[in-house]
Design a protein around this ligand. Structure first.
Ligand SMILES: [Zn+2]
Length: 309
């Protein structure tokens, strides 16, 4: 097997995509010319280069031994872990959460506007009471003065003139106060109409929130039910597993969410690494009970009939 200056093994390589994009009979000269390379952003190329350049094989045999049937169960556990993670993420990111937060914000804004408008109504009502309080004595005084003149109780010409002047002044004041009264009453009517609009809008928002809450709660309950099922299934599987194998799985899963992956057609399905021929040879040589790990991601590689061994 030829090697380049960095000691990297040069061997025919395929990404396994079936597209022929990365079927590369690598040679040192071609490599130096930059020809026949897998695309630089190809995930498989990255994985192979990292494993190769570190001078380590792409799979390693651990010192651990475990019943192949138990190793196969790891795939079911990994599948449950993936589904659990996806369900938990879905529960956390349900669109209803954001929609409810937006609606609640709008509801609060409507509430704040209601307070402002209600305050304006109360201020106007106070102003109306004040005007009406001024209006009542002015009207009473006008009536009294007019009555006195009508009854002939004022006979002195100067007093008649003074009473007539006061009547004119009172009429002017009453007109003025009545105009203010009408303007305030109109303002109260307008503000009350605005308040009714705000109350109706807030009520519609609350109806929408109630519908969304019901929908969200139903979805959350559904997800919780699924999570409960996953947990039960997982516990049943874990109960059958050797302690040391599960401990290794959990240690890897802390970092990668799942601790095992199927070796399928020479590829680690956990990280996508395509194992090179020497790594495959080591796996083929390993007895089924030996626990094999992907050198790239570290997951336990579970061998089945699909592994391409
Ligand atoms: Zn891997």
């Amino acid at each position: 097997m030829p090697t380049n200056s960095a000691g990297l093994s040069l061997r025919p390589f395929s990404c396994g995509s079936g597209r022929g994009c990365c079927t590369v009979p690598l040679s040192q000269n071609a490599d130096q010319r930059g020809e026949n390379r897998t695309p630089s952003n190809h995930p498989i190329r990255t994985a192979v280069r990292r494993a190769g350049s570190a001078g380590v094989p792409s799979a390693r045999i651990t010192s651990m031994q475990a019943d192949p049937a138990a190793q196969a169960l790891l795939l079911q556990i990994a599948d449950i872990d993936t589904q659990t993670r996806q369900a938990t993420t879905r529960k956390r990111t349900l669109p209803e959460h954001e929609q409810l937060a937006d609606l609640n914000q709008r509801r609060q804004q409507q509430g704040e506007q209601q307070v402002v408008v209600r305050t304006r109504v109360e201020d106007a009502e106070t102003a109306l009471e004040r005007v009406e309080a001024d209006l009542a004595p002015a009207k009473a005084r006008l009536t009294r003065n007019e009555q006195r003149l009508d009854d002939g109780l004022v006979s002195d010409p100067r007093s008649i003139k003074a009473t007539q002047d006061e009547i004119a002044h009172l009429k002017e004041r009453i007109d003025n106060l009545e105009e203010q009264e009408l303007e305030i009453m109109q303002r109260i009517e307008d503000e009350n109409a605005r308040l009714a609009e705000l109350v109706a809008t807030r009520s519609a928002i609350e109806d929408e929130m109630r519908t969304l809450l019901a929908s969200r709660n139903a979805t959350v309950a559904e997800i919780d039910q699924a999570l409960q099922t996953y947990a039960t299934q997982r516990a049943a599987l874990v109960a059958k597993m050797p302690t040391d194998l599960m401990a290794l799985y959990h240690k890897i899963a802390e970092r990668l969410d799942t601790g095992a992956a199927l070796l399928k057609a020479r590829r680690c399905t956990g990280c996508g690494l395509l194992l090179d021929a020497s790594a495959m040879a080591r796996i083929v040589a390993a007895v089924p009970a030996e626990v094999v790990r992907c050198e790239e991601c570290g997951r336990i590689l579970v061998r089945t009939a699909e592994s391409g061994l």
